[in-house]
Structure formats: C-alpha cells, structure tokens
Design a protein around this ligand. Sequence first.
Ligand code: ADP
Ligand code: MG
Length: 246
Amino acid sequence: MSELATVTGKYQELRLTGVCRALSDLLTQAENNQMSYLQFAEHLVDLELRYRQQQRQDSNRRKADFPVLKQLEEFDFAHQTTITKRQVNQLLDFSFIDQRHNLIFIGPPGVGKTHLAIALGGKAIEHGYKVLFITALALVEALELSEMKGTLKKHINSLTKFDLLIIDELGYFPMTRQGMYHLFQLINGLYEYRSLILTTNKDFTQWGEFFKNDNVAVPIIDRLVHHAHIFILGGESYRLKNKRER
Ligand code: ADP
Ligand code: MG
C-alpha cells in the first residue's frame, strides 16, 4: 500500500471523509504554493468543515421534500409585479426565521406563490436552516392518521424540529372540524417558536367561511397573522401566459 493510501485510510478511520477525498489534491496544492504548516493545517480542517456543511445541506434538502426545484433566480419579477424583487431579497437575511415570524402568500392560482415558497425554502437550507414543505391537505391527512394511532403529540413534536414549515395550498379544499382542530394544535405548537410560510388562495375576509366560522378559526388566524409578513399577489396566471406564448 502506498504511503498516501495508508494516511488516507487513517483519515477514513476517523470519518474525516472530506479530507480523505481531497488529500492528494491538497498535498499537490500545498507543495505548489509552498504553504506554511499552519496554512496546511487550516486547509485540512476547512476542507472537512466545508464537506460536512455540504453533506448536511444535501440531507436537509432531501428532508425538505420539495415537490419540484424552483429557484429565485428564475422568478420573473417583470411578470409578477405585485411583489418586488427588493421585498423578496429583504427576506433573504432570514431574520424572519430567527424572529419566528411567518410569511403568508395570498393570491389566485398560478401567480407564483408556491414558486416563491419553495425558492425561499431552498435558500433557507443553504443558510443552514431545516425546512419542510407539505401541502395543507397532506398535512391534515397525516395529522389525522397520527391522531388515530395515538401519536399526534409526537407527530407535532417532530414537525417542530424544522426551523421553517411551508404549508402550501391552505384553503383549496374544505377541511373537516377534526382536521381544523389538528391544524390548530400544530399552529399552536409552532407559535412564536418556529416559522411558517403559508400559501393560500383565500384572503382573510374569506377565512372564516373556509374554516366554517368555527370557533377554532379565530385563534388559528390570530396566531398565523400575529408576526406575519403578508404578501397579496395578483395578476395573470403564469401558466396561462406560457400557454398564450406558445
Ligand atoms: P401558485 O402557487 O400561485 O398557484 P406557482 O408558483 O405554482 O403558482 O406557479 C405556477 C407555475 O408558473 C410554476 O411552474 C412556476 O414556476 C411558474 N411561475 C409562476 N410565476 C412565475 C414568475 N413570476 N416567474 C417565473 N415563473 C413563474
Ligand atoms: Mg401553488
């Protein structure tokens, strides 16, 4: 076995995979640039740190369960003029997550609500946050299932592990009383503790109707809206625009 392979093997034993993979390149670089010992030592540890950060990010991206990949860079602010690039860029310091504030995107279908939610979620992951994307329907069904299995509390607890929960398409389907009650318990658990991004086609004046004027509705809305940045999107559906141009 070569000397390099032996040393690499020792790094592997310590699970320093980042160093392991790049050791040979790093040695060449160090020789070519006549690195000091300290510089070399720092390079080694930086390599491992970067590698681990990347691994963590990749894992968080898988766990986020985004239905599709959407980037902020692909978002056409010339088409969607009811929100500005500046407004969106201001969210990218993620102080809204640190302060446990919510974002609510309200608007008709096709105006970019889900696109923005996924794109912001992706950027949050790049900044080290844990994110979960789920549709309101899937969420309520999953909570209901947990309730039947007697594991609702545990389920809600597992959702509070994420820094940011994206609930897509609230209000698209009627919700049962039971569903609403589970949703309330979740929102209560997240309140001032974690952040939400919510997309919905219903503005608040219609929420009472969606929640069937139930007395659960008021506290849900209250908790969602308190500390929320609300964006009301309008304009023409991007889907229709694309159809017309073809
Ligand atoms: P909504 O969630 O508001 O119904 P989506 O975000 O799903 O709408 O948008 C519908 C489709 O159009 C998606 O493929 C999305 O990427 C695209 N889209 C919407 N708005 C824009 C935009 N302003 N620029 C680029 N793509 C857009
Ligand atoms: Mg959508």
